[in-house]
Design a protein around this ligand. Structure first.
Ligand SMILES: [Zn+2]
Length: 373
């Protein structure tokens, strides 16, 4: 099933071994404890910044707009921040290079800031010590996975690290069926984001349907069926098992241009709404293995990482994030109020407009009666 994982983790339209490795590094031990020992009350109240809601800009040190945008989405995911708040550096290693420690410090500074923006120099230095440089433009989705990877590998308290990765873990079965003998194969798998194609998909719902579509392996893609003892045609795809509290949809906006050995941006329109209902997107057969009820598959959009420019490694990133009922634009050191109408302008359709690249959704809470509140 190796070929399936490529589809899982690659943002590019073609194979990306780097990202597969990233995802593999994120592998968590299933036997880890479910709870974290030391409980302490949250003191991060999100009252700082010029709007009094915690929104604080981050200074750009050259080409750090991508880092800043991804950081703001983590910071404004309070579920994430309040887990990180409980982190304590206990190691004997270098504090300056410990990502969870430096990220916690940065968030603490943002919580206490009386200024509209701060300079995240210590955190940028920490990233540099971990091989993430501030002088190149990054890919936001890749950076999202790298941050999770660093947090996971550098937290001594693995129960706490697991709480963080659990926030984002999408569980699926990799499914295959031999078209000759009908033998089925199901493997547990997981992802921290859904990399969905936007080619020939007008809406995010179309992209999700496409992602969960089965494909048929024929010709050179056939391989041995142990039952039939010959190479056979197979159908393969994903079956959804469960969705996380925070769902990251990665719109695959880049493809490799083999003639020029560079990534090209796909500027197609892909529309999305503030509400996403998975129970309406996926057909009953695709949800047959899903452990969640219909009312647990409702999501609200709260963050969009957008990119302007022609290529993944050039241009400018910013984030739009919904705080309570209002949308704000986080453009490096500048945070301003924006509107859903402006967020909709990132749907795409032109090379000249900013386009949404990462969409972050929060699962809607359900009431004891089972209805979405
Ligand atoms: Zn077979």
């Amino acid at each position: 099933m190796g070929s399936v994982l490529v589809r899982t983790n690659s943002n590019l339209q073609e194979e990306s071994s780097t990202k597969n490795q990233l995802s593999n590094h994120l592998n968590m031990n299933e036997s880890d404890e479910k709870t974290c020992g030391d409980f302490q009350e949250n003191t991060w109240l999100y009252r700082s910044g010029r709007f009094g809601n915690g929104a604080v800009g981050l200074h750009n040190f050259g080409v750090t707009c991508c880092i800043n945008s991804v950081l703001q989405t983590f910071y404004m995911t309070k579920e994430f921040a309040h887990i990180l708040e409980r982190f304590q550096f206990l190691g004997t290693g270098e504090k300056e290079a410990n990502t969870p420690h430096q990220l916690r410090n940065l968030f603490d500074m943002m919580q206490r800031s009386k200024e509209p923006n701060i300079r995240p120099r210590a955190f940028i230095n920490c990233l540099k010590k971990n091989g993430i440089n501030d002088y190149i433009q990054h890919d936001a989705e890749e950076l999202f996975l790298k941050f999770l990877n660093l947090l996971n590998s550098q937290m001594q308290n693995q129960a706490l690290a697991k709480e963080i990765t659990d926030l984002y873990t999408i569980r699926v079965y990799e499914y295959q069926q031999c078209l000759q003998c009908s033998a089925e194969l199901k493997n547990d798998s997981y992802m921290y984001s859904l990399p969905v194609s936007i080619v020939n998909c007008r809406t995010v719902e179309d992209s999700l349907i496409h992602f969960f579509d089965f494909e048929t392996l024929t010709g050179r893609n056939m391989y041995l069926c142990k039952n039939c003892n010959v190479d056979t045609e197979k159908t393969q795809g994903f079956l959804l098992k469960s969705l996380p509290p925070i769902l990251n949809l990665n719109l695959k906006r880049y493809s490799i241009d083999r003639r020029w050995f560079r990534t090209m941006k796909i500027s197609n329109t892909c529309e999305f709404a503030e509400h996403l209902d998975f129970s309406k997107v996926l057909s009953a057969d695709k949800l047959s293995e899903c452990t969640e009820k219909q009312n647990e598959l409702q999501y609200e959009l709260f963050a969009v990482v957008a990119h302007s420019g022609y290529s993944a490694f050039y241009g400018h990133y910013y984030a739009c994030i919904k705080i309570h009922t209002k949308w704000y634009k986080f453009d490096d050191s500048h945070v301003s109020e924006t509107s859903w109408k402006d967020v909709r302008n990132t749907f795409g359709g032109s090379y000249y407009c900013s386009t949404a690249y990462m969409l972050l959704y929060r699962k809607c809470p359900t009431s004891p009666s089972g209805t979405v509140s």
